[in-house]
Design a protein around this ligand. Structure first.
Ligand code: VG1
Ligand code: CO
Length: 544
């Protein structure tokens, strides 16, 4: 069949952010908008021609339509074969698993992650490379450059495919294989964790848990793994039915948006364990009875206990954390005598370190934890890792973390988000801070001496590539830090993130209330950045 050549014009706003291109659904629904971006991927990623591509998404509104567009364009552009998740579903970590396992030349993931879904909400698309991870900066730049010039795209006049039926079909010369989105991923999880020990824990009659899939993509994965394979009682997975609008909720696993789950872990009758994942299944929240594990602590605890899980029994080679993530993991790395890397925000920066075998574990403060088993952060993986740990150590979540603090000290940590701020005002606030930087070192802020202040820049130790302007970092004496960044995933206005960290080495002072401990730093940060004057906001919208 001859491809149909459609004339088009560039859109000016197709630069990928922290994790792909994210816009309102209405933006994606404009004629040619999605097609332009997909053609730009196909034009720049030459190995896709004659190669294999994985395609799937988090099931949100517009997922199915987008997949049909991508399939026709892939066929018209000479892709040999596409692996598609049944019903158009792949969680982000499962997509990474599929790309690696079947050695595809890359994958297209459709998701706006933790952002809400529905006709008036968000959609997103990103390209993952053959190693399974999000495209690195040079690839996203090439795709973006192409979007500024693209003047035609190729497609075919073929009917929609039935995405619900497993098996192989063809679009012209291209094979489309519709596969079970869960099986390969579940098998990978079985190879990493001690399923028999977790099974026993679930059947001990002494352990009660819930997993909140938030009506997002992890529902079918969690039901298969936790209930079917590990024998958790039916109903352990709540909100397990993926919905196009996530049931009207915000599929973001944190104390604010997963409040129903949080409530179930509280009180004398609280659950022993609660966990949740986000829209596309790459984030995780871990709760114990009356206990919230910060993502930064979670990374550190998993690193210190990795040898308890079969997949990591020989130990870990190194750790990486994104810059705003607390330095709790650094202390574990130091004790283990392994390297700890500090990278810019976004999982794409971990790819080279993982590929080069320099790190085994990595994580971000934004509820992201992962390892070299795939090239994305992985929500259910983190949950299973914790369950493995609980099964082996036979201790409550809170005890494990408190023990960790007594051993390593505690990095008190909080993030304050100001959402939907005027974009120009947010840029000016950052600019104002940049101007202050040079004079800060040596000065006193509140009771703290400033040790360093910079706009974080990163040189990748593997390929030497450089990323500038990755956030304002102010290091205070004693290991405390204030970090300012603007979000690169939002679709409306700007989101200002203020990350605060305070280190406590005194073993007797590690059980205090976080917001109370952080109060002085919060005030310093607000004053320094002139938050109220510049944004009109007295308090943040979300505190995590
Ligand atoms: C946020 C988080 C970042 C994460 C990114 C993608 O980015 O801060 O740590 O990697 O979301 O997460 P930003 O630019 O808004 O701060 V998600 O679960 O896509 O997948
Ligand atoms: Co996500």
């Amino acid at each position: 069949m001859e491809p149909k050549v459609v004339a088009t014009q560039p859109f000016e706003d197709q630069r990928p952010g922290t994790s792909g291109l994210r816009k309102k659904v209405k933006v994606f629904q404009q004629p040619h908008y999605l097609a332009n971006f997909v053609q730009s991927i196909l034009d720049t990623q030459k190995e896709l021609k004659g190669g294999v591509l994985a395609v799937g998404g988090d099931g949100r509104f517009y997922n199915r339509e987008a997949i049909q567009v991508i399939l026709r364009m892939a066929a018209a552009n000479g892709v040999r074969k596409v692996l598609v998740g049944q019903r158009g579903i792949f969680s982000t970590p499962a997509a990474s698993c599929i790309i690696r396992k079947y050695k595809t030349q890359g994958g297209i993931i459709l998701s706006a992650s933790h952002n809400p879904g529905g006709p008036d909400e968000d959609f997103g698309i990103k390209f993952n490379v053959a190693a399974g991870g999000p495209a690195p900066e040079n690839v996203t730049s090439a795709i973006y450059d192409r979007t500024t010039k693209v003047d035609r795209y190729l497609t075919l006049d073929t009917p929609d495919l039935d995405l619900d039926r497993l098996g192989s079909v063809q679009i012209d010369a291209m094979v489309v294989e519709i596969i079970d989105p869960v099986a390969d991923y579940a098998q990978l999880m079985e190879s990493l964790f001690e399923f028999s020990a977790i099974h026993q824990l679930f059947n001990s009659g002494m352990f009660r848990m819930r997993f909140d899939a938030m009506h997002a993509v992890t529902g079918p994965y969690a039901v298969e793994i936790l209930e079917n394979r590990l024998g958790a009682e039916p109903g352990t997975v709540m909100n397990g039915e993926p919905k196009e609008d996530f049931g009207g909720g915000h599929p973001d696993p944190n104390l604010v948006h997963a409040d129903a789950l949080v409530a179930m872990t509280q009180g004398t009758d609280g659950l022993d364990f609660g966990a949740a994942s986000d829209g596309d299944g790459d984030r995780n929240m871990i709760l114990g009875k009356n206990f919230f594990v910060t993502p930064s602590d979670s990374l550190a605890v998993l690193a210190a206990n990795a040898h308890h899980a079969p997949g990591y029994k020989d130990g870990i080679v190194g750790i990486a954390r994104s810059m705003p993530t607390s330095q709790a993991a650094d202390r574990v790395a130091e004790e283990l005598g392994i390297e700890c890397y500090e990278t810019p925000t976004g999982w794409k920066f971990f790819g080279n370190l993982l590929d080069a075998g320099r790190i085994t574990l990595c994580g971000e403060e934004s509820f992201g934890t992962g390892s070299d088993h795939v090239r994305e952060k992985d929500g259910l993986w983190a949950v299973l890792f914790w369950l493995n740990l609980l099964a082996v150590r036979q201790q409550p979540v809170g005890d494990i973390v408190r023990e960790h603090w007594r051993r390593f000290g505690r990095n008190y940590y909080t993030r304050h988000d100001y959402e939907g701020v005027d974009a120009a005002a947010a840029e000016q606030l950052m600019e104002h801070l940049r101007i202050l930087l040079a004079d800060l070192p040596g000065k006193r802020l509140g009771g703290y001496q400033v040790e360093y202040a910079d706009d974080f820049a990163y040189t990748d130790p593997v390929d030497g590539s450089r990323a500038d302007k990755q956030g304002i970092r102010i290091g205070l004496q004693g290991g405390s830090r204030i970090v300012f960044r603007l979000s690169g995933t939002g679709t409306e206005g700007a989101t200002l993130r203020i990350y605060l960290e305070s280190y406590e080495s005194d073993r007797l002072k590690v059980d205090r209330e976080t917001q109370e401990v952080m109060r002085p730093l919060v005030l310093i940060a607000r004053e320094l950045a002139q938050v109220e004057a510049r944004t009109g906001r007295l308090e943040p919208d979300v505190i995590t």
